[in-house]
Design a protein around this ligand. Structure first.
Ligand SMILES: Cc1cc2nc3c(=O)[nH]c(=O)nc-3n(C[C@H](O)[C@H](O)[C@H](O)COP(=O)(O)OP(=O)(O)OC[C@H]3O[C@@H](n4cnc5c(N)ncnc54)[C@H](O)[C@@H]3O)c2cc1C
Length: 418
């Protein structure tokens, strides 16, 4: 049963009054009305809450952020929400979902930035199309240039990988909600818990990277306010900071989530990835990609074991210094998983439109059929990510294994080494 709502005089320093423990364990939550409501339902006087400063921010200008002073005149009243000292626990009901929303926000900025960049690259005329040989037009759309296409496929890969990742976690949520089986509910709830810090941290950082790349595709115009991508870049930056900065997400992932149910939840995730490997192996042209993905996935499993082991030993500081790189690696592997999955789902459809696996048939289908072009784009994006980004991820895996301790042993005092 919900505890009764109690009115508290916030100004009278209620927390010590209850003998609250120090730190976050002593936090309580309050609902603080702006205008007090009298017992008979009529409006009373204004509460002692004042806006004491509007922040001037890098972005997110549509959403004013301010400092509030509660009880500056010693007369602020509020309602205690839940029990005393349960504030953090209650807040996390909101916080866990908010973290998923912030990951989705990072992804959404990236998606918009990619579409703007793609559209611009098709229209902006600049430089010769070198594939046209000596007859090349003087002014080709910049989408014809290999380096611009590199930027666009990078953006597309992250946007589509993040889209599927965000939807996958939403599906875990739904599975938990619709299942009447308590074991299934616990399974999907735990999977959501494991993946929440990765959605939040990885999608917010890659979202920002994609926005940066969009500014680059626009060239000088991208740096001006005439086009929308500079705003997306500024707005997106907050996603790696609020609802718990990404460093904290990474600590949560390595310090708590990896060892949920003694590692069974992480293993469950790996089993989900293995099912996709099986599927991809049965698809013509995806066999070698599935093998490359499996190598990276095994590397992820290996370093997860190394970090969890280090947490229990005197190497705990080193393990924590590698928590953010671990989150990045896990995110990269999840991107590759999602893109391989998308490729495995679309490859048979592509073959079916083309009338077979022959490259010439596929190439002509892509020229004439919109769906074939879309499906081919899925397969090629998986290929690009697994063969271009995953080798870099393998390097990051090596760096975690090497476990350099310089970040935690360097002297941090003024005039020290840091
Ligand atoms: C536009 C905007 C809107 C906001 N809206 C809200 C809101 O509606 N409600 C609300 O409650 N808050 C809000 N915030 C606050 C926001 O949630 C915090 O700014 C954010 O959680 C980071 O906390 P901090 O600013 O205290 O940074 P700090 O905690 O000082 O962190 C600074 C850096 O140190 C790192 N760090 C800190 N502690 C540790 C640790 N123990 N281990 C490892 N690294 C650590 C962080 O990762 C970060 O990189 C908002 C902030 C902004 C900018």
């Amino acid at each position: 049963m919900a505890p009764p709502i109690r009115k508290i005089d916030i100004s009278k320093n209620c927390i010590p009054e209850y003998g609250a423990p120090a730190g976050t364990r002593g936090i309580s939550l309050f609902i603080v009305p702006k205008i007090w409501v009298n017992e008979d339902g009529s409006l009373g006087g204004p509460n002692d809450v004042a806006c004491t400063g509007v922040e001037h921010k890098l972005g997110l200008h549509d959403c004013p952020t301010c400092s509030l002073t509660l009880g500056g005149k010693g007369q602020c009243r509020g309602f205690l929400l839940g029990n005393e000292n349960q504030g953090m626990k209650i807040m996390f009901h909101m916080m866990n979902e908010a973290r998923l929303d912030v990951g989705a926000q990072g992804f959404s900025h990236a998606s918009a930035a990619y579409l703007y960049a793609l559209d611009y690259a098709r229209q902006r005329l600049q430089g010769k199309d070198i594939s046209g040989g000596k007859d090349a037009q003087d002014q080709a759309p910049i989408i014809r240039h290999p380096d611009v296409r590199r930027m666009l496929i990078m953006m597309k890969a992250y946007v589509e990988g993040m889209r599927s990742f965000v939807y996958y976690v939403a599906r875990c949520f739904d599975r938990k909600a619709v299942s009447g089986n308590p074991e299934e509910q616990a399974r999907w709830s735990a999977m959501t818990e494991l993946l929440t810090p990765v959605v939040k941290a990885y999608c917010s950082e890659r979202g920002f990277d994609v926005c940066t790349q969009a500014v680059q595709v626009f060239g000088g115009y991208g740096y001006t306010q005439e086009y929308p991508v500079e705003q997306l870049l500024r707005d997106c930056k907050i996603t790696s900071i609020y609802e718990g900065a990404n460093g904290i997400q990474a600590l949560d992932l390595v310090g708590r989530k990896l060892s949920l149910k003694n590692g069974a939840v992480f293993n469950d995730l790996i089993q989900e990835m293995r099912s996709t490997i099986q599927l991809a192996r049965s698809r013509k042209g995806l066999e070698s990609l599935s093998a490359e993905f499996e190598t990276a996935m095994n590397g992820l499993v290996e370093i997860a074991g190394i970090l969890v082991q280090k947490l229990g030993l005197k190497d705990v500081l080193v393990a924590l210094a590698f928590s953010h790189p671990f989150m990045e690696i896990m995110g990269d592997v999840i991107m590759a998983w999602m893109l391989l999955w998308r490729g495995s789902a679309t490859q048979p459809k592509l073959e079916s439109i083309a009338g077979g696996p022959d490259l010439h048939q596929i190439s002509s289908a892509v020229q004439t059929d919109r769906n074939a072009a879309f499906y081919d784009g899925q397969v090629k994006t998986a290929e690009w990510f697994i063969q271009t980004i995953l080798p870099v991820t393998m390097g990051k895996i090596q760096s975690v294994k090497a476990g350099c301790d310089a970040a935690v042993t360097i002297d941090e005092k003024p005039f020290g080494g840091l």
